[in-house]
Design a protein around this ligand. Structure first.
Ligand code: C2E
Ligand code: MG
Length: 401
């Protein structure tokens, strides 16, 4: 039996009437810790607060600003450990597809409900709720503040890790992606999902990206001098592209390190590409492309860019988001999304990288579908620079077997 008094429920729906109806139903069913939100931003504030973080979210899929799918993406970034019940006026098929998608993010979905919701069906799903074993752990994650991050950047506490990108057809190690970590003096390793948005909202992302890029290009120079001619990818935030000297800064660093621009890839997350005013990022992207740097659209499938919009930005590479790669072979909906991403990349003449290759089945799926490049735990986890030459030897031996 669910402990109705302890479960914190958040209802997110843009329609005031639906919100009212659901909240009345919940009250009648005996659930009294309920928060109502009519937009995604407000709901994320609740998720971010240690005190109000919900155990269960009743999520409407169709909302005008941030829709349910985008909201889930934000939950993943925040390592949400609770459950989600999906609500929608859409048909069964659509709800099933959305449910699959949430599952791929490893978020628990007791089920979904077609609107209008009935108290019986809602009660049955809520009864399935069990406290998350990780809930305590999530609360234990320390929330770091902007001042602490600012000091960490200045004190050199950020370190670059590198994750290999390999060619599934041959096993050739073509390059690495730079992934930043914060080696915290007392809290251990802190991952980017806990501090990149903090840096973005507090005006620290320019400094952060410059530190990451400087370190990565210095490292590339060392690998070059040791005879390892790897392609180097770095993640950039959309905010970086708004700064007018960014393209010159990158070009200066690459020239200083003696690394040809063709060997440097700048990755921009699809979900962050603005739908409306593209002018500032587009100018920087075009200038970078003219200087022969490679541009990559990252986490593809998580945003909503149209073909026309993609055609308008000179991307060279498309990275299929890990939620459409791992386990695709066993799930028709996920495989369809993977296939569609691959087809879009082919149509736009971009190289395709699949991220999130976690096991042999994923790897075989890439080989079967002719994906250009692979990245994931099956190949290697992100590692410190010093470990890379040793890993390459082990990998080459593994490929020979
Ligand atoms: P991303 O660019 O999509 O990077 C891939 C993320 O997936 C990395 O997480 C990587 O460790 C993880 N990953 C790779 N293979 C697998 C796999 O097989 N299974 C699973 N479950 N995960 C896999 P990480 O390092 O935590 O980085 C998260 C995100 O933070 C990155 O996603 C990127 O968007 C952002 N990020 C990292 N470094 C930087 C940076 O220097 N600047 C900016 N702006 N963002 C960064
Ligand atoms: Mg990336």
């Amino acid at each position: 039996m669910t402990n109705k008094l302890t479960i914190k429920i958040l209802v997110l729906d843009d329609e005031p009437f639906a919100l009212k109806l659901t909240s009345r139903m919940l009250a009648n069913l005996g659930y009294n810790s309920v928060t109502l939100c009519d937009n995604g931003r407000a709901a994320l504030e609740q998720v971010d607060s240690a005190e109000h973080r919900p155990d269960m979210i009743l999520l409407d899929l169709n909302m005008p600003e941030m829709d349910g799918i985008e909201f889930v993406r934000h939950l993943v970034e925040r390592r949400y450990t609770g459950s989600i019940i999906l609500l929608s006026g859409e048909d069964e098929h659509m709800l099933q597809a959305a449910e699959n998608l949430v599952h791929t993010h490893k978020i628990k979905v007791p089920g979904s409900l077609q609107k209008p919701v009935t108290p019986e069906k809602l009660a049955a799903l809520l009864e399935k709720w069990v406290p998350s074993p990780q809930a305590g752990a999530a609360e234990a994650v320390k929330i770091h503040g902007a001042d602490e991050l600012r000091a960490a950047i200045a004190n050199g506490e950020l370190v670059n890790y590198y994750q290999p990108k390999v060619e599934p057809a041959t096993g050739w190690v073509m390059g690495v992606e730079t992934l930043v970590r914060w080696r915290h003096p007392t809290d251990g390793m802190v991952y980017p999902c806990e501090f990149i948005s903090l840096a973005e909202t507090h005006g620290l992302i320019d400094e952060l990206t410059r530190v990451v890029l400087t370190g990565a290009l210095a490292q590339a120079k060392i690998w070059y001098e040791a005879g390892l001619s790897l392609q180097l990818a770095v993640n950039v935030s959309i905010d970086n592209l708004a700064s007018p000297d960014f393209a010159d800064f990158v070009a200066g660093l690459a020239a200083g390190a003696g690394v040809p621009p063709q060997k440097v890839v700048l990755e921009v997350s699809e979900s962050r590409i603005p739908m409306d005013d593209l002018r500032a990022p587009l100018e920087t992207l075009t200038r970078l492309r003219m200087k022969r740097f490679r541009l990559s659209i990252d986490e593809f499938g998580t945003g909503r860019s149209s073909l026309t919009q993609l055609r308008g930005i000179p991307f060279d590479e498309l990275k299929i988001d890990q939620s459409f790669v791992h386990g695709a072979w066993s799930n028709k909906t996920v495989q369809a999304k993977y296939d569609a991403s691959l087809a879009i990349a082919r149509q736009l003449d971009m190289e395709v990288v699949a991220v999130g290759v976690e096991d042999e089945n994923d790897w075989d799926n890439l080989r079967r579908t002719g994906c250009d490049l692979a990245q994931g735990y099956y190949i290697a986890k992100p590692m410190p620079a010093a470990d890379l030459p040793g890993w390459i030897q082990t990998w080459q031996a593994r490929m020979k077997e």
